[in-house]
Write a protein that binds this ligand. Structure first.
Ligand code: ADP
Length: 261
């Protein structure tokens, strides 16, 4: 019985993994398809100014190619390398891509904290997580709306950290806020469950948020969601600050004398 149970757990893990990958791949394909659809519509109207749409589709296709590349290295047992990441730069690149691909009625707005602390995280996975959240936001705004991508330096004191279940200290907060339908408390309480979805079959797999949660926890961080029916949803990703490789702030009294270079 114990062997059967272990086998079952292994199959569940494999199912979650492949489901998660299919989910990401599907998001990227959606970006490609939407870019090509927009191109087709523009051309049908006799408008040849389709550069941005083609670019959006290309970016989606490149991300899909990067994903299959990662899959290949995964099957070769190469662990993913966390790297020092500037979330502002990452969000800037993504917001351009998202505003081209999420449709004409969705406005993407970036509010980036200057001198944002660095984090150490797998760059591709963080991008996937944010695309997942933005696609959820889009799905919650059938009549259009606003997605705000926001960064902030967050110095969590003991109480705040305890509430979030993470270590106190310096964190970077990446916030994805939408002006969509919001979630009932019941939906919110299940939102992180694998395979929980309120979307029609074929649209939702229920794996987006559970993947985001798993990845952020693995990176030493935390995800929290707040939502109000009819007003929108806010998802906060907290990642621990990384001091390694981060540029020294000018005039930082703690900084040692610069090396002679
Ligand atoms: P999926 O998007 O495939 O349904 P997720 O795990 O990403 O899977 O989301 C689970 C559910 O949580 C969604 O089906 C939806 O009901 C709810 N949800 C997630 N994000 C939002 C959001 N930004 N606004 C409203 N509801 C959301």
């Amino acid at each position: 019985a114990e062997r059967q149970l272990r086998q079952l757990q292994k199959m569940e893990a494999v199912g979650q993994l492949t489901g998660g990958i299919a989910h990401d791949f599907n998001n990227m394909l959606a970006v490609v398809i939407s870019g090509l659809n927009l191109t087709q519509r523009q051309l049908a109207r006799g408008n040849s100014d389709v550069g941005p749409y083609i670019e959006g589709a290309l970016e989606g296709a490149n991300r899909a190619a990067a994903l299959t590349q990662r899959l290949l290295s995964f099957s070769r047992q190469q662990p993913l390398e966390p790297a020092v990441v500037d979330a502002n730069g990452l969000l800037t690149g993504l917001s351009d891509m998202l505003s081209r691909s999420l449709g004409e009625t969705v406005v993407i707005e970036a509010q980036l904290q200057p001198d944002l602390w660095a984090v150490k995280v797998d760059r591709n996975q963080l991008e996937n997580a944010i695309v997942n959240l933005a696609v959820n936001a889009r799905d919650a705004m059938p009549d259009g709306g606003r997605v705000v991508l926001q960064t902030a330096n967050a110095d969590l004191d003991g109480d705040q950290a305890r509430d979030l279940g993470i270590e106190p200290g310096n964190h970077v907060r990446i916030r994805v806020r939408d002006t969509g339908t919001g979630m009932t408390p019941e939906v919110l309480s299940k939102a992180f469950d694998p395979f929980f979805t309120t979307k029609p079959t074929g649209r939702g797999t229920g794996l987006g948020l559970s993947q985001v949660y798993g990845f952020i926890r693995q990176s030493g961080g935390h995800v929290s969601i707040s939502s109000q029916i009819g007003r929108g949803t806010t998802v906060d990703l907290y990642l621990p600050r990384c001091r390694e490789g981060a540029p020294q702030a000018a005039g930082d009294p703690a900084a040692d004398a610069p090396p002679g270079r």
